[in-house]
Write a protein that binds this ligand. Structure first.
Ligand code: NAP
Ligand code: 3JN
Length: 348
């Protein structure tokens, strides 16, 4: 009989955690039991898992006894504290926060791009930022075919990236404006309804935001190109689901737009939608609820020798978070890398 796994989901009541439960169920991940964990605030509440309702338990240091796999999406400070506890109990952690992404002990994995990095897993595996994931799924086949010199990205990120509270703030502001009322902002520093904010996460000393530097550093780590020239501008837009990105790529060797389209049409996890004559290009409303990363508007950058422009869209809660995490779990099962205590450095 095929092996089944006891899986904990930390942050199970949140936007990403709920999507993780849905994705585990939809993809028929081999579970013997699913344990939803969250803060004391929601302990005792129910979360759906297929047709069942599971009772949420409070996340504690001893929550992971007997667990094989733990998917975390409860924020960086929770991951910092509890992921080592989980790994210490012998389970493999797949963490959605930024807490462990740049730690050299932790592989940072997008299965279509660098699944082989999982062979080095030492108890905690990091899931990249949503904006990074959808970009590298498209960059990898271009890198393999033509080399990569430089990447310039501008993002247009949906409010669901901020969690349930971001969704609620946009809904509330739209309702207030349509009813002639003043709006209030508590989640974002300015009104998000009918506006664009060039500000995601906190500002850093170099005047970039942390979200922008996550894209730079994570892209380099995933592609194993520590010196790749990457620059990012990240903006929040009044869209509920689906992050969009304008990406300019400079390749080492010439890649025509036509060859790029053909290459990406064969790439795993990528769907090319690129027929301007029919007004067909990737849209956030079409990508929402889908697993693939959509790419279109592929055209040659006429300002440089070997440049391409494109528009990349994906569901930030699915491929950007929950789906990527579950795909990592599926790879671990395939590679027989769930619960291998002798390589778990967090276990002493
Ligand atoms: P959310 O909707 O606000 O949900 C937060 C979840 O964390 C809830 O389940 C909450 O439980 C739980 N939580 C908060 N504090 C806790 C604590 N002290 N102990 C245990 N559980 C706690 O946020 P979200 O959008 O799902 O995002 C959650 C995290 O996932 C983010 O902070 C980020 O690190 C990561 N994330 C990653 C990506 C990515 O790009 N890959 C995208 C989005 C989010 P309660 O219901 O009890 O409050
Ligand atoms: O804002 C978005 O669209 C994505 C947000 C991701 C996020 C939100 C809060 C904390 C992260 C992340 O995954 O990088 C974190 C974090 O863990 O730092």
């Amino acid at each position: 009989m095929d092996k089944k796994y006891k899986v904990a989901v930390a942050g199970a009541t949140g936007a990403v955690g709920r999507e993780m439960l849905k994705t585990l169920y939809e993809r028929n991940f081999p579970v013997s039991e699913v344990i939803p964990l969250a803060s004391a605030r929601s302990a005792g509440n129910a979360v759906p898992f297929g047709d069942e309702e599971l009772t949420v338990r409070e996340l504690k240091e001893d929550s992971f006894a007997g667990i094989d796999l733990a998917l975390f999406s409860a924020g960086g400070s929770v991951s910092e504290k509890f992921a080592p506890c989980a790994a210490h109990s012998g389970c493999v952690v797949i963490d959605n926060s930024s807490a462990w992404r740049m730690d050299p002990r932790c592989p940072l994995v997008v299965p279509e791009v660098n699944a082989q990095a999982l062979r080095d897993q030492k108890g905690i595996i990091a899931n990249p930022n949503c904006s990074t994931i959808q970009m590298v799924v498209v960059l990898k086949p271009i890198l393999d075919a033509a080399g990569l010199e430089r990447v310039v990205v501008s993002t247009y990120q949906a409010v669901s990236g901020t969690g349930q509270k971001g969704i609620e703030e946009l809904e509330r502001q739209v309702r207030d404006l349509f009813n002639g009322r003043d709006t209030e902002n508590s989640v974002y520093p300015h009104r998000i309804a009918f506006n664009i904010l060039p500000h995601i996460d906190v500002f850093l000393e170099n005047e970039y935001t942390r979200e922008e530097m996550k894209m730079v550093n994570e892209t380099r780590k995933i592609l194993s190109m520590p010196d790749l020239r990457v620059t990012a501008t990240c903006a929040r837009v009044p869209v509920f689901y689906g992050h969009s990105e304008s990406v300019n790529v400079e390749t080492a060797r010439k890649l025509t737009a036509r060859d790029c389209r053909a290459l990406l049409a064969r790439a795993p996890g990528v769907r090319v939608i690129d027929n301007p004559a029919e007004n067909l290009y990737p849209l956030a409303i079409d990508a929402a609820g889908e697993d693939d990363t959509f790419v279109g508007r592929i055209r040659e950058d006429e300002s440089i020798e070997n440049g391409l422009n494109m528009w990349i869209v994906a569901d930030n809660l699915r491929k950007g978070a929950a789906l990527n995490a579950v795909q990592i779990a599926e790879e671990l099962v395939k590679m027989d890398l769930v619960r291998v205590p002798d390589r778990n450095v967090f276990m002493d």
